[in-house]
Design a protein. Structure first.
Length: 320
């Protein structure tokens, strides 16, 4: 049989099929899309519509609840690994739904949960104490692990650091007076850990405008540097009316006119170090080059290096 004749035969069969079908349960005429597929039937569709099929399944489940529970339990015990994989995949794909449902259940059944917990403690207090102790130990272990991980990445192998930038931090320490106030918008953690002891944390401020980064560093930094103030803000806006003995403004991009206003405000009292992108891309306007900055300010320090992804960066030091 040729392809053309097969198509013609299929079209004839489709023409004979009705656009609607009568459900054998409710007796209503419904379109074919409202029926499940059924391979053994003549038209390839089920005899009952979707609504009637769902109602029949729901009724059966209610009448044979124990039987279905036991069958599912046996399957889970026999296929434990497959069941766990299904549960994990379901949670991963519908995490927001699980979190919302769990939270709503706890809120709606708060009294029942408290009563159950009191009754469980009354029946076996030693068991509940052991469970609580295990939970506290797990949280303590997680806290210790987090602290170790934080110290490892922040103090020793900060992902956004490189040896050249560490050398710049050492130069800043050499060119500045110790014990003063410090305004930092650096690669957080690495610079502050190197300069710890050089500046006065009680008079110093760390600024970060990215919400995700700020939230991730806030608590750890309050533990490592209890006296330092952490501010979520744009460094240019924050530095307009501030005075610090030493400031390091670390930009991801080129210097703009707004950045110049911040530099002008800070250099009235102390030294200012500025790190910026020194390579202009097509379409960049109103940015200041190193030569233009040298004409505007008394620059006492210049160092070029490669930043993230090999982008050319420059750090300059401006005298007060």
């Amino acid at each position: 049989m040729s392809i053309e004749s097969a198509y013609e035969r299929a079209e004839k069969i489709m023409d004979k099929l009705p656009a609607t079908k009568v459900c054998s349960m409710c007796g209503k005429e419904r379109i074919l899309a409202e029926y499940y597929r059924h391979a053994s039937s003549r038209d390839g569709l089920g005899y009952n519509c979707r609504l009637c099929t769902k109602a029949r399944v729901k009724e059966y489940q209610a009448q044979h609840r124990e039987k279905m529970y036991e069958a599912k339990k046996k399957w889970r015990e026999k296929n434990r690994e497959a069941f766990i994989a299904i549960q994990r995949r379901s949670y991963r794909n519908n995490k927001h739904k699980y979190v919302y449902t769990s939270k709503r259940y706890r809120e709606e059944h708060a009294e029942e949960r408290r009563a159950y917990q009191r009754e469980a403690y009354r029946r076996d207090p030693e068991k509940i104490k052991a469970i609580k102790l295990k939970s506290r130990l797990k949280k303590l272990k997680q806290a210790i692990s987090f602290k170790e991980l934080f110290n490892f990445h922040i103090l020793r192998r900060w992902p956004y650091s490189n040896p050249e930038k560490d050398a710049i931090t050492q130069d800043i320490m050499t060119l500045s007076e110790p014990g003063g106030s410090f305004l930092s918008m650096p690669h957080f953690g690495r610079e502050l850990s190197i300069m710890k002891g050089h500046f006065n944390p009680d008079l110093s401020v760390g600024v970060e405008r990215d919400t995700k980064i700020f939230n991730s560093i806030f608590k750890p930094f309050r533990k490592l540097f209890p006296g330092i103030q952490l501010v979520k803000a744009d460094i240019n806006d924050y530095a307009m009316d501030k005075e610090f003995d030493l400031a390091h403004l670390d930009y991801n991009g080129p210097i703009t006119g707004k950045a110049l206003d911040a530099i002008d405000s800070l250099m009235q009292r102390g030294q200012v170090f500025v790190t910026f992108q020194s390579q202009f891309r097509y379409g960049m306007d109103d940015f200041f080059s190193l030569e233009e900055l040298q004409e505007l300010y008394p620059i006492i320090y210049t160092r070029e290096y490669r930043g993230i992804k090999g982008i050319p960066m420059t750090t300059i030091g401006i005298a007060s």
